[in-house]
Design a protein around this ligand. Structure first.
Ligand code: CAA
Length: 394
């Protein structure tokens, strides 16, 4: 039998005492408060508002935001470490946390005015309000620059009309960073970002998406009908929307990679335990090479994902002052970790066989939850496009 030392599936690099503390805090919270409720929220599809509020109180909803704007003032490593632990307990909570931190808070802290930070960032980073992000439209997903929703400036406001889709936390968000067209003839250079206050006329939550996985994270369309957005809520300059969307997605992709890692680790740990206990043909099933080698591949891919994620987190930190891009590191981490999550979840179902297919165990949920990590915030194909374009320089 392997020693217990060799089966430690937590972060395997030496972490700083501060990082160790956040892992411990996130792990305790996730295992005590999230894991027990995950199955019922997966079943009902209800939004887990109570635990999300508690996560806000713990500082998990704005981990990297400076304390003056309501955040925990920690670094990207702390963020990915915490997100892995939360997602290991439940990927839905992980998604809500990732979008709040990366796609909303990071965008406002990086591109927002002082007034916007005081008004919106503080509330969202402290977890008192929920933030979301909206780029996709029904006919514009991977080819994000082809959006047709638009904003027209009329004096002190922009009048926004159109339909956006696949908005994580859309039905519950208080504020949304939304990208739309202000000058369609200019293509991606004619797009602009806005901070949308959802408690205002002209904004409506549309169709809620019935989903295969991450069912407790609310996802919906959002509709704008002559919505008047004050000029003061424009994020960045006119024409900068696409660039802001891409920079923010670079940060988001590191978050999704950490979420995927959490799912992969959960699938692996459950499989490992099962392979040690379950017997067939007079042996523990882990003694069969077909199972053992599968576990070896899971573990190796998990640790490789972890290194890519830590590399991306460090690249983002390094770029904090210079605003250099960390696109390559983020896309590689997201691509590898999401495919690892799917690989591990698939293997976990197979190792558990009938039980893996049953709702009695969380294994089938890992399988359903893992799939989205290869799709949202840029499909695996888009990540390969981004990586190869950067490498080829063509
Ligand atoms: N950082 C900064 N600038 C960037 C950038 C980045 N990462 N990526 C592109 N840009 C800039 C380019 O330099 C270029 O600038 P110029 O205007 O100076 O030329 C401009 O943006 C346009 O770039 P491209 O020519 O590369 O644009 P493209 O049309 O070929 O698209 C793409 C590139 C990578 C395919 C991009 O469209 C993309 O990432 N698509 C996927 C979109 C996506 O991830 N959607 C998910 C939305 S969120 C979600 O899933 C829901 C949720 O709530 C979680």
């Amino acid at each position: 039998m392997p020693s217990t030392e060799a089966t430690n599936t937590g972060p395997s690099l030496e972490l700083s005492p501060e990082h160790e503390m956040i892992v411990q805090a996130a792990r305790d919270f996730a295992q005590n408060e999230i894991a027990p409720i995950a199955p019922e929220f997966d079943e009902s599809g209800d939004f887990p508002l109570e635990t999300i509020r508690k996560m806000g109180e713990m500082g998990f909803m704005g981990i990297q935001v400076s304390e003056e704007y309501g955040g925990a003032g920690m670094d990207t490593m702390a963020y990915v470490l915490a997100l892995e632990q939360i997602s290991k307990a439940d990927a839905s909570h992980g998604t809500i946390m990732s979008v709040n931190n990366s796609l909303f808070c990071y965008g406002i802290e990086r591109f927002g005015t002082e007034e916007q930070k005081q008004k919106y960032l503080k509330e969202v980073a402290s977890g008192q309000a929920i933030g979301a992000y909206s780029l996709t439209e029904p006919m514009s997903g991977s080819d994000a620059a082809t959006m047709v929703s638009k904003a027209e400036r009329k004096g002190d406001v922009y009048v926004i009309n159109g339909r956006k889709s696949w908005v994580t936390s859309g039905p519950v968000a208080d504020y949304i960073v939304m990208i739309t067209m202000t000058a369609p003839e200019k293509g991606h250079r004619g797009t602009t970002a806005f901070i949308i206050d959802t408690d205002q006329s002209g904004f409506q939550v549309g169709k809620k998406e019935p989903k295969l996985g991450i069912r407790a994270s609310a996802t919906s369309e959002i509709h704008f009908e002559d919505y008047e957005c004050p000029v003061a809520n424009r994020l960045g300059e006119e024409g900068e929307g696409f660039k802001i969307a891409m920079v923010v997605l670079d940060a988001g992709r590191i978050g999704i990679a950490a979420q995927a890692l959490g799912i992969a680790v959960a699938a692996y740990e459950d499989s490992l335990q099962y392979a040690r206990e379950r017997e067939a043909f007079g042996k523990k099933i882990g003694q069969f090479q077909g199972i053992a080698f599968r576990l070896a591949d899971m573990k190796t891919r998990i640790e490789a994902s972890r290194l890519l994620i830590y590399q991306a987190a460090l690249a983002k930190e390094k770029a904090a002052e210079t605003h250099a891009r960390f696109t390559l590191e983020a896309s590689m981490a997201k691509l590898f970790a999401s495919e690892t999550a799917m690989f591990c979840a698939h293997a976990a179902v197979q190792i558990h066989a009938g039980l893996g297919y049953s709702k009695e165990l969380p294994v089938e949920r890992y399988f359903r939850d893992a799939k989205i990590t290869e799709i949202y915030e840029g499909t695996s194909e888009i990540q390969r496009l981004v990586i190869s374009r950067l490498e080829l320089g063509l």
